[in-house]
Ligand binder design. Structure first.
Ligand code: PEP
Ligand code: MN
Length: 365
C-alpha cells in the first residue's frame, strides 16, 4: 500500500517532524485563550493545535467533552496563533460539525479505530471532502485494524493520511498507561510505504515525567512527529490532568530531544553504506544456514515418518530451547529475543514435518 499525501504535502506548511500540541479537552474559551497566550509568550507555537471536543471516556461520569461550543472557540486559536487546528471525530455527526467549523485536520481516536462500523461511518461522511485525517492505533495491538481504518479512508478519496501511535491498553503492565509496543508503528511503516506515524507520548506514559524519554525513543525509532497534550494549568485540567504539560514544559521537553534525520536512505554516508553492505552479506549467510538447517529438518522428518514417531518431541525441544538461549545470552542477545527466535524456527520446523507426514501418507483413510 502506498500513494497518499504526506504531511509536507497537506498544504499546511508542515515540514520535518510535526509537532501537535494543545489541551486534552477544550474546556472554556478562557482556557483556550490562556493556552494560546502561554504558547505565544514561550515562543512555543506548535505546527498544529489539538483540542478534544468530544471525549470518549472509558467510564461514564467523567467529563465527556464540551461539544460544538468548543469548536466556536477555535477561532481564538486562529486569532492568536494562526495555525491549523485538529480534533477527534467519532461519528458522522462529529464530522459534519467539525467541517462546519472549518477544523483543518481530523483524527480518529483509539476507541473508534477498533470499530470498523464507526470508521466506515466517518469515511462515508468524508466522501468528496479534501481534509487530512490522522488515525490513532486501536486500543488493542492489531495492525490489521489500524491499516484497515486507513484503507477505509483512502477508499473514499481521503489521500492526506497519517497515523498516530498512542500505545496499547494492557492492564498488567503498570509502567505505562498504554504500552508502546514499538514493533507496531514500525510494522505499519513497513506495510504502508511512506505512511508517517506521529507519536503521542502523553497517552502512552500517562504522566508528565515520562514524556521526554518516550518521545525521544519515538524519534530514535524514526517516527515522524509528536502529539503532546499541553494545558496552561495541567493540574486543574478537566481530563488527563496528570499527563498534560504547560507550554513552558513542552518547550523544555522539545529542547532536550535529539531530533534525528528521518529518511536518510537516499543519501547514506560512505560508512553507513559499508556497514549495510556487510549486513547484506551476513544476511545471505544467514539464509544459507537456514536453508541448510531446514533441509536437515526435512531429513529428520522423513526418519520420524519411517519410525512412526510424532513430530513434536518435548525433551528435545526443551534441550534446544535452553541450550541455545544460554549460548545466545552469552553472546549479548536478549533472552526474550532468543526465545522468540527459537519459537519461530521451531514452529516452522514442526509445520514442515507434519506436512511431510501428511503428504507421505496419502492412502490412510
Ligand atoms: C486524546 O487524544 O485525548 C484521546 C482521547 O486519545 P486516544 O484516542 O488515544 O485515547
Ligand atoms: Mn487525553
Amino acid at each position: 500500500m502506498e500513494n497518499h499525501l504526506q504531511t509536507k504535502d497537506w498544504g499546511l506548511g508542515l515540514n520535518g517532524h510535526v509537532i501537535i500540541a494543545g489541551p486534552c479537552s477544550a474546556e472554556t474559551p478562557e482556557q483556550i485563550e490562556k493556552v494560546c497566550l502561554d504558547m505565544k509568550n514561550e515562543n512555543m507555537v506548535p505546527h498544529i493545535f489539538r483540542a478534544g471536543i468530544w471525549k470518549p471516556r472509558t467510564r461514564p461520569g467523567s467529563f465527556e467533552g464540551i461539544g460544538e461550543d468548543g469548536l466556536k472557540w477555535m477561532e481564538i486559536v486562529r486569532n492568536h496563533l494562526n495555525i491549523p487546528i485538529t480534533t477527534e471525530v467519532g461519528n458522522a455527526a462529529h464530522v459534519e460539525l467539525a467541517l462546519k467549523h472549518k477544523v483543518d485536520v481530523l483524527w480518529i481516536g483509539a476507541r473508534t479505530t477498533v470499530n470498523p462500523f464507526a470508521v466506515q461511518e466517518i469515511a462515508d461522511a468524508l466522501k468528496g471532502v479534501d481534509i487530512p485525517v490522522m488515525v490513532k492505533n486501536p486500543m488493542n495491538p492489531d495492525l490489521q485494524l489500524w491499516l484497515g481504518a486507513l484503507e477505509r479512508l483512502q477508499a473514499v478519496g481521503i489521500n492526506k493520511l497519517a497515523a498516530i501511535h498512542r500505545g496499547f491498553s494492557d492492564s498488567y503492565d503498570k509502567r505505562f498507561r498504554n504500552k508502546p509496543n514499538w514493533s507496531m508503528p514500525i510494522h505499519l511503516k513497513r506495510e504502508w510505504k511512506g505512511m508517517e506515524v506521529i507519536n503521542d507520548p502523553s497517552h502512552i506514559v500517562g504522566n508528565r515525567a515520562g514524556i521526554l524519554e518516550t518521545a525521544q525513543r519515538a524519534i530514535n525509532f524514526g517516527l515522524d512527529g509528536l502529539m503532546i497534550e499541553t494545558h496552561h494549568d495541567p493540574d486543574n485540567a478537566w481530563s488527563d490532568a496528570k499527563q498534560q504539560v504547560t507550554p513552558a514544559g513542552l518547550k523544555q521537553i522539545l529542547s532536550q530531544i535529539d531530533f534525528k534525520q528521518t529518511g536518510g536512505v537516499e543519501n547514506p554516508g560512505e560508512r553507513l553504506n559499508d556497514l549495510r553492505t556487510a549486513i547484506d552479506h551476513l544476511d545471505d549467510q544467514l539464509l544459507d544456514i537456514l536453508q541448510e538447517r531446514f533441509s536437515l529438518i526435512d531429513q529428520i522428518g522423513a526418519y520420524k515418518k519411517e519410525q512412526n514417531l510424532t513430530v513434536f518431541q518435548s525433551d528435545r525441544w526443551k534441550f534446544v530451547m535452553e541450550s541455545r538461549t544460554e549460548k545466545g545470552v552469552k553472546k549479548n542477545l536478549s533472552e526474550k529475543f532468543m526465545k522468540e527466535l527459537l519459537y519461530c524456527i521451531h514452529e516452522e520446523s514442526v509445520k514442515r514435518q507434519e506436512k511431510q507426514l501428511r503428504e507421505a501418507d496419502p492412502v490412510k483413510k
